[in-house]
Design a protein around this ligand. Structure first.
Ligand SMILES: *Cc1c(COP(=O)(O)O)cnc(C)c1O
Length: 366
């Protein structure tokens, strides 16, 4: 049996309705900031329990523009986690600010107990990541942010519809960045992203920043960028957003079935699963000392497991100028050696999940 990581061909096997609307776009030819973008922004804001959403070119831009919108720039520092996808740190660097890393906890998210030590005069914002679809501990993070009067931007690229005590990811900080990349839980046919905020001033700045700073056709308010969500992608997103809850629930259900199948194995460590937290499983990850051998075993048996990611950000060549070294973030470094990611997507069948579980069990009980 094969268990693939990607599900895009299945997901878009029947896309007549989307293609029909795209044909409609050809008639109106409103390719940039056409009505579907606004329609998407309204429904996405609602999904994220925020007043506003602004459609942008990518998830990376969503973070970059959110940081720009709150005034982050050269001379500033932004605190984030060293185990994320490179785009989180890339967005900070793109503003001219310096990323400052804080180690993570067993939930793969920034460890609030270590944040305060990293705050300095130059600290301008906190950028926690809801990594793997697990909401970062926003209670303690927001408490620290309030005490130090620091704005929080959430990297919610992996966490559409996550929640803590019913409060959804993206609604904690002053703004949050989301990605619509094909492999994210709410995905389009290429690149796309969105920033959500409930602050009218930030909303206004974001609308300027993504569109050259243009107040209208002739007047430029500030220097900005060209990072608009394509109308075409907004059309796809408007179809997909109707399924967002179904997709999220399918992933949660699949993850619970995997949990159930492997949690008693002494060779593996599952992340915490607190009852008040809604994890949305962009990735299903756990830790094992036998990671490399388990990965090879799974691949050999047709299960397309992956590693997110084997090299932490502070040890990447690109980050050399930041001056970090091996040993600076022991938890993230240990996890980089032990984490493994299993397919958890909404198109998995129970038979595939059970096969994956059996294959893992065989590895440990052989
Ligand atoms: C995917 C992702 C991004 C960037 O999103 P893109 O749309 O690919 O630019 C940023 N942060 C995290 C945690 C991500 O997973």
């Amino acid at each position: 049996m094969r268990v693939n990581y990607s599900y895009l061909q299945e997901q878009f096997a029947d896309s007549e309705a989307i293609l029909h609307d795209i044909k409609g776009l050809l008639h109106t030819a409103q390719f940039t900031l056409g009505p579907p973008v606004q329609e998407f922004e309204e429904s996405f804001a609602r999904l994220c329990a925020s007043r506003f959403a602004v459609g942008v070119g990518t998830g990376t831009d969503a973070l970059f523009l959110a940081l720009k919108a709150i005034g982050v720039g050269p001379g500033h520092e932004v605190i984030s986690a060293p185990n994320s996808f490179i785009a989180t740190t890339g967005a900070i660097v793109a503003t001219g600010a310096r990323p400052v890393f804080v180690d993570v906890g067993e939930d793969f998210c920034i460890d609030p107990a270590r944040i305060e030590r990293a705050i300095r005069k130059r600290t301008k914002a906190l950028l926690p990541v809801h990594y793997s679809g697990c909401p970062a501990p926003m209670g303690p993070i927001m408490k620290i942010a309030r005490a130090h009067k620091l704005p929080v931007i959430e990297d919610a690229c992996q966490a559409i519809s996550g929640a803590i005590d019913g409060k959804v990811t993206g609604s904690f900080g002053v703004a949050a960045g989301f990605s619509l990349h094909p492999l994210k839980n709410l995905n389009v046919w290429g690149d796309g992203g969105a920033v959500v905020t409930s602050d009218p001033k930030i909303h206004g700045r974001l609308k300027l920043l993504r569109n050259h700073g243009l107040q209208n056709r002739d007047q430029v308010e500030i220097f900005g960028y060209n990072s608009r969500l394509d109308t075409l992608q907004a059309i796809v997103a408007n179809h997909l957003i109707k399924d967002a809850e179904k997709i999220t629930n399918a992933r949660i259900r699949n993850a619970a079935r995997i949990d159930e199948g492997i949690r008693d194995l002494s060779g593996i460590v599952l992340p915490p699963r607190p009852h008040n937290v809604r994890q949305v499983y962009h990735n299903y990850m756990f830790q094992t000392r036998d990671r490399d051998r388990l990965l090879a075993w799974l691949l050999e048996h047709g299960v397309e497991a992956k590693i997110h990611y084997p090299i932490p950000l502070h040890l990447q060549k690109a980050a050399r100028h930041l001056g970090y070294k091996k040993g600076d973030f022991p938890v993230a470094e240990r996890q980089a050696k032990r984490i493994i990611t299993l397919p958890v997507h909404q198109h998995l069948t129970d038979a595939q999940i059970d096969y994956m579980v059996d294959t893992i069990r065989k590895f440990y009980t052989r």
